[in-house]
Design a protein around this ligand. Structure first.
Ligand code: KG4
Ligand code: ZN
Length: 360
């Protein structure tokens, strides 16, 4: 195996990001640069991401962001062994911008292109900070996704459970919005919850009594929004803490069940990884770490900077594929929907499949 040095591009949501990552022959990972231009200010007035605004902002900044990533890494295009771009799932206008830019680099510089699944990027993100061997059990918790997966190797995932309504980050965002907190809601709600009393407000527990590894947050969202309307200013901290605990508890309960199932298949491979924006939440991390310790699993979360969307994870996912001799052609398409476990998504869709195929 040779050393791979890959330019990664991420444009699937509201962050324009570029990064250069090196994957050595012995598997060591070095992030040479990771540049992220957030569009939060442009979307904040609307309380959420506006796809057209996002796509336009990506077009305007991708060139400069990619150039900055190359400059900070101190490498030239002749030093790269490949270019990796998110090809989905995500807002398709934005995905097209990053993927087209990646194709242009590939064509102009004669570099292999890897069309990366954004979720595969999150799946490898913990490896940006620590060595984690395959296979491992993954809890992927972001603004768009909430699922438990057995990750057997590069591109080989088996889904154990998934949300039947909202993603965990979406629940954080929507409840935060109902409480009048700024977008994005997750970090704002975590801040408000500091020192709050988590047992103060009883909130519904989803799918209680069912032996499921699926998630549901819509009941919690409705209950919390209703309470937010009624409480005094002084009680907001306790409500935030109660909401955070309710989400963390559900994630911990399902992960506990998944660890038991996973350990039967891979008894000697007890590794648990949490990734995605919600993995940045300290209370969530602590809850999950406690479950992992109880079950005898190692616990790994990405460095905070690589929990939320970034291009380093896309570059690494690309490098891992290149190391196995896998790459894509210039005919790679942008895919708004692209489940990691295709088979599970088609045979057992937790979301209605929709016109464009299975979501997640
Ligand atoms: O992974 P990500 O950047 O984007 C997606 O691929 O979805 O995740 C963003 C999500 C948002 O819903 C955001 O509110 C949530 O992650 N998030 C958090 C925290 N930081 C980000 N949720 C709770 N606590 C946090 N500290
Ligand atoms: Zn993401």
């Amino acid at each position: 195996m040779i050393t791979h040095t890959v330019l990664g591009l991420e444009t699937s949501c509201d962050e324009t990001a570029a990064s250069v990552v090196r994957l050595d022959a012995d598997g060591e990972v070095t992030v040479l640069s990771s540049v992220i231009a957030s569009q939060i200010d442009e979307h904040a007035p609307f309380g959420g991401v506006v796809p057209e605004i996002a796509a336009r902002a990506h077009v305007e900044s991708i060139d400069a962001i990619a150039g900055e990533a190359m400059r900070q890494a101190g490498v030239g295009y002749q030093d790269l062994t490949g270019v990796a771009a998110t090809a989905g799932p995500g807002l398709v206008g934005g995905v097209m911008v990053g993927l087209s830019f990646g194709k242009a680099v590939s064509l102009a510089r004669g570099l292999p292109l890897v069309a990366v699944n954004h979720l595969e990027g999150h799946a490898v993100s913990a490896r940006l900070g620590a060595a984690v061997a395959y296979p491992f059990l993954l809890l992927l918790v972001s603004g768009g996704h909430c699922q438990l997966l057995e990750v057997e190797g590069v591109g080989a995932c088996r889904r154990l459970g998934s949300t039947i309504d909202d993603a965990a980050g979406e629940a954080f965002d929507k409840i935060a919005k109902a409480m009048g907190l700024p977008y994005p809601g997750g970090p704002a709600l975590e801040k408000l919850a500091e020192g709050g009393e988590a047992e103060r407000f009883p909130l519904p527990r989803a799918l209680l009594g069912r032996e499921t590894m699926d998630f549901s947050f819509s009941g919690l969202k409705t209950a919390a929004a209703r309470m937010a309307d009624k409480i005094d200013e002084g009680d907001r901290r306790d409500l935030a803490a109660s909401v955070q605990e309710a989400i963390a508890r559900q994630l911990a309960e399902r992960s506990d069940r998944a660890m038991a199932a996973y350990a039967e298949r891979y008894p000697g491979e007890r590794r648990f990884v949490v990734a995605g924006g919600v993995a940045a939440n300290r209370h969530v991390r602590a809850r999950l770490q406690a479950v992992a310790e109880k079950r005898g699993f190692s616990f790994t979360a990405p460095p905070l900077a690589y929990c939320t969307d970034n291009a380093a994870m896309i570059a690494l996912a690309g490098a891992e594929r290149l190391a196995l001799g896998i790459h894509d052609g210039l005919d790679a398409v942008a895919r708004p929907r692209w489940p990691l476990d295709q088979a599970a998504a088609l045979s057992n869709p937790t979301h209605a499949p929709g016109r464009k195929g299975a979501k997640a």
